[in-house]
Each structure stands twice: as C-alpha cells, then as structure tokens.
Design a protein around this ligand. Sequence first.
Ligand code: UDP
Length: 336
Amino acid sequence: MRVLVTGGAGYIGSISVEALLAAGHEPVVLDDLSTGHRTSVPPDVPFHRGTYGDQIAMAHLLEAQRIEAILHCAARSLVGESVREPSRYYRENVVGGVALLEAAREAGVGRIVFSSTAAVYGIPDETPIPEEAPLRPINPYGETKRTFESALAWYGSAYGLRSVSLRYFNAAGASDRNGEIHDPETHLIPAILAAAEGRAPLTVFGDDFDTPDGTPIRDYIHVEDLAGAHVLALEATAPGDVRTGPPAGGSVPLVCNLGNGRGASVKEVLHAAETVVGRPIPHVVGPRREGDPPILVAAADRASAVLGWRPELGDLETMIGSAWAWRRRNPDGYAA
Ligand code: UDP
C-alpha cells in the first residue's frame, strides 16, 4: 500500500515509516521539518517538504504519488504551548487537518489513520481509561485532537472516509535508527537521560500527588510497539474491512487507545533509568506542573482485540535502554 505519512520525519512518524517498510508497504513522507529531521527518513523513501494544510499542494501530491491511505502524524503537540498559543493549534491541527481531508476527498483517498492522544480524556473519572470515557480535554492540544477525531467521524458518515484514531499514551524509547530529541525537551524520559548526561538539570514536578509514591503515574509505551499498531490500523481501513465499516457499506470510525495498560510513576521511571545508566541521576523535586493529572493509564484491550496488536517491549528498562543506546550512538542528535 502507498501511504502518505505526514510528520514522517518526526519521532513517531519516522519510526512508523520504518514499520511500514518492514511490512512491505510504500511510505511517502511529507514533513515541513519544523520539528522533524530530514535524516530520520531513509534516503530511498520519497520525501516532500511542505505542510499538510496546503490543500492544493496536497491534492496534487496525493494524486501524483498514487497514495492509497494517509497516516496523519503531523501536528503541533506541546500542551503548554497550546495553552499560550491556541491560535496556532486551531490553525494547524484543525484548519490544516481539514484542508488535508478536503485534499483527500478531491484525490479520492478514502483511508486515514490519525495520531490522537490520551489528552482527549482530560482528567478521567476511572482508570484504566476505556475509549468510551467522556472526552473532556483540559488544554487546546487535547481539544484540537478531539475536534479532528469528530471531523473524521462526520466525514465517515457523509463521505465514506474510513478512519482509525489512535490515542497514544506516553510514547518512549527508540529504534536503531531514530529516537526522541526535542528542543525544548518537555518529556520525562529524555529529560532524565539529558540529566544523566549532565546536559540539563532535572526537576520532578511534584511528589505530593495521590499516588503510592506521590509522583504521577503514566502508561509508557515503546515507540516501536506504537509504530506496529499504525501498520495494523492502516490495514483495517481497507475497503470492505468490517472493522471500519459495516458490510452494507459506509464507514464507522475505529478509535483505539495505545498503551500497555500498566502505569509507572515518575520515581519508578527515574529508578529504572538509574539502573540503565548505572549511576544515580541528580534531580530536585519542584512544584507540580500545571494540568498534570495524577494517573493516566490506558485500557488497552480494544487495540489487541480489534487490531490484533501485541505490544512486546513494555518493560521500562527495555524502553529506557533503547532511548539511552540511541543517545549514546547519536550524542549530537540528528545531523540535520
Ligand atoms: N515530568 C517531570 N519532570 C520533567 C518532565 C516530566 O517530573 O522534566 C513528569 C510529568 O509531571 C508527568 C510525567 O513526568 O507526570 C510524564 O510527563 P511527560 O511530559 O513525559 O508526558 P505527559 O504525561 O505530560 O504527556
């Protein structure tokens, strides 16, 4: 299958490109390189620099490249930034995203897999969080992802667009080729490893949460396990596949959480990282970060029941070990 991967030069997008190649598909990457890295994409994969929000260019690209399905990973994805600059999040994640859907309609591309997020749930009433939980995002990032999920549902019922929205919990780890490096670095595991390297001080954002050790609990999932789910989700959008459309025709969006269904606290992650690097990692405990819920853990059975997804790298030390190995091989990050 020829798949356009938007954001294919980013952390999750680039490792999804690797998974698509390994499964025998033909990815084509679109990325504006605002946060992605050209060298994360293998040289023999077609690469287009541009934005998915340019409807005319997108319709042209989808047709010229004979694209059959879209993997839409590109987005603005920083919670704090979204609170300060909602305009950017609505313009890119919502307006830009709808331009992509319009281009897909124009080009006759009727299959899409969307990178959504656990941030659509906000502060959940129950844990592990099932997909049916109410969607009450508490920041523009989560809100814009929820809005796009809704657009997919309405485009499905009106135009037959087949879609799968994948709600990521906390992606972690690295492949041999690609890893996570952001500036600024806001995510826990890279922040811990940067502290282990002596590059930046580490602050634990609060140890007075209502959890066993007082630090927040998250569901960390290896990025290669996530990438594998994207391939299965794309396959589930095939015409006639009952997982995204009733036998009588039409389409129903499929929504799946992607997590291990197990939580780890910030302190547990820190201890696992200390085991991986083989020494204590200096840190201080600071105040809570605004908007951090105490516990976010996925009910992860739907992805396994419907997509046949089996995460295999769920052990914390395996995840952190792969991230650490990647950083040691690439001490300066990406070349470009
Ligand atoms: N965290 C922390 N220090 C950091 C970065 C993150 O204590 O420098 C905590 C954060 O408060 C949260 C957890 O680590 O409880 C995971 O944060 P991350 O930003 O990686 O993912 P989120 O769950 O917010 O999407």
